[in-house]
Design a protein around this ligand. Structure first.
Ligand SMILES: Nc1ncnc2c1ncn2[C@@H]1O[C@H](COP(=O)(O)OP(=O)(O)OP(=O)(O)O)[C@@H](O)[C@H]1O
Length: 251
């Protein structure tokens, strides 16, 4: 579904060019749930932003179903994102002045969808995420975990094929993290949504089906889940340990 070929990203200052992503090749198939891990500054968010078409590479190609997104103009790209991609961020990105239901509805309102369809979809997703009792409230009245489930419902309301999540559990305690991660897992398994998630946290990563590790702008390891979350967690920890002193930085 997504194919990345020889991707490079440089950031230039007045004097220097910093090579942030180096010769990355990657394939993401439909229905995958991938975590991207690696030390701070490894380039995870930069890669996520390029994969999700928010940012463009310096060199290399990103294909969605064989379509080169680099050839799309900005307007076309915005529509492509609206139709295909959902985002979940660490800090929720909810609008404080809007009720929970209006926050969830926003992408469909922007897409000029019918009120009746919007109502049905809000209810369906609110039930799925266990937030149907909060729809008339405002973000400040909700816990972090509830806000993040609202953000997940908003990300899903356009029925995207793929969700990008950047540290979605970064601001959550362990109970709220588990609840959100179970929702993400269900989204992946029940709605067949492809998920690509950046995380520092091996516990969060253990909910995915595959982990890729980045270091110094390169992909340098990859492990697949055995299907058992505890085993996968142990495998992730073992790999982090074998990668050396970075484990402290990662936790
Ligand atoms: N717009 C930018 N201009 C210049 N340098 C940038 C820019 N964005 C990111 N960088 C640099 O690129 C490198 C990779 O950043 P990135 O945010 O992708 O890392 P990361 O692996 O997500 O880190 P973290 O885990 O700390 O969020 C960092 O050294 C960062 O300072």
């Amino acid at each position: 579904m997504i194919k990345v070929v020889n991707l490079n990203k440089d950031f230039k200052t007045n004097k220097n060019t910093f090579k942030i992503l180096k010769e990355i090749d990657l394939e993401v198939k439909n229905g995958e749930f991938i975590s991207i891990m690696g030390p701070s500054g490894a380039g995870k968010t930069t890669l996520l932003n390029i994969l999700s078409t928010i940012d463009r590479p310096t060199n290399g190609k990103v294909y969605y179903d064989n379509r080169d997104v680099g050839t799309m103009k900005n307007k076309e790209l915005s529509k492509f994102r609206r139709d295909n991609i959902g985002f979940i961020f660490q800090d929720y990105n909810l609008l404080d002045s809007m009720s929970i239901e209006d926050n969830i509805a926003l992408p469909l309102v922007i897409a000029n969808e019918k009120q009746s369809k919007i109502k049905t979809e809000i209810l369906r997703l609110a039930k799925f995420f266990g937030i149907e009792g909060h729809l008339k409230k405002y973000p400040y009245e909700l816990s972090g975990g509830q806000k993040q489930r609202v953000a997940a419902a908003r990300a899903l309301i356009t029925s995207p094929k793929i969700i990008f999540a950047d540290e979605p559990t970064g601001a959550l305690d362990s109970k709220a993290s588990s609840e959100l991660l179970n929702c993400l897992k269900d989204m992946n398994e029940k709605f067949d949504v492809t998920i690509i998630m950046v995380t520092h946290d091996p516990f969060s990563a253990s909910y995915s089906k595959k982990v890729i590790f980045m270091k110094d702008g390169k992909l340098n390891a990859r492990i697949d889940s055995t299907g058992n979350r505890k085993d996968f967690y142990n495998n992730i920890m073992n790999l982090l340990t074998s990668m050396g002193g970075e484990v402290n930085e990662l936790l």
